[in-house]
Design a protein around this ligand. Structure first.
Ligand code: FEO
Length: 169
């Protein structure tokens, strides 16, 4: 059984994951509008992953006898200065999510909730991968420095990303 404090903190995270999905979908739309279909695809897959994260939290709350209460999700921005700005925002956002996951682990430890702590470890690892993959694109964007040929090559590369439900084992 989840404590009320743990339940509330997990409900808050469902909202954050849904907001993340919403924001990446907005970025996907932004990139489509700029004619960068590969970037748009990368963000669309990212949005799907975030929805998957939200559902993992939602399902876990139910499995532990808690109650998932859904909060309003803010509207994400619709515009960024350029692709570098969008990916810089993405990295900042993922770092924020990482710190939120760490806070959740702290609550689980304080509440002596070992099951939630174990559940959260998957997200601790996932955040390392998420930050790394965003950093990878960001580094390439810095190297390319807005040059047309490089942007087209990167766009082609990002078009190959596919959604595979992350392994939870
Ligand atoms: Fe669900 Fe990108 O963190």
């Amino acid at each position: 059984m989840l404590s009320q404090r743990m339940n509330d903190a997990l409900n808050e995270q469902v909202k954050w994951e849904l907001y993340s999905s919403y924001m990446y979908l907005s970025m996907s739309s932004y990139f489509l509008d700029k004619g960068l279909a590969g970037f748009a695809n990368w963000m669309r897959i990212q949005a799907q992953e975030e929805l998957f994260h939200a559902m993992r939290f939602f399902d876990f709350i139910g499995e532990r006898g808690g109650r998932a209460v859904l909060h309003p999700v803010d509207a994400p921005p619709a515009e960024w200065k350029n692709p570098l700005d969008a990916f810089t925002h993405t990295l900042e956002h993922e770092r924020l999510v990482t710190s939120r996951i760490n806070d959740l682990v702290n609550v689980a430890i304080e509440e002596k909730d070992h099951a939630t702590n174990i559940f959260l470890q998957w997200f601790v690892t996932e955040q390392v991968e998420e930050e790394d993959s965003v950093n990878d694109v960001l580094n390439k964007l810095r190297l390319i420095n807005g040059e047309g040929q490089g942007m087209l090559m990167l766009d082609k590369d990002l078009a190959t990303r596919v959604f595979t439900p992350p392994t939870t084992a």
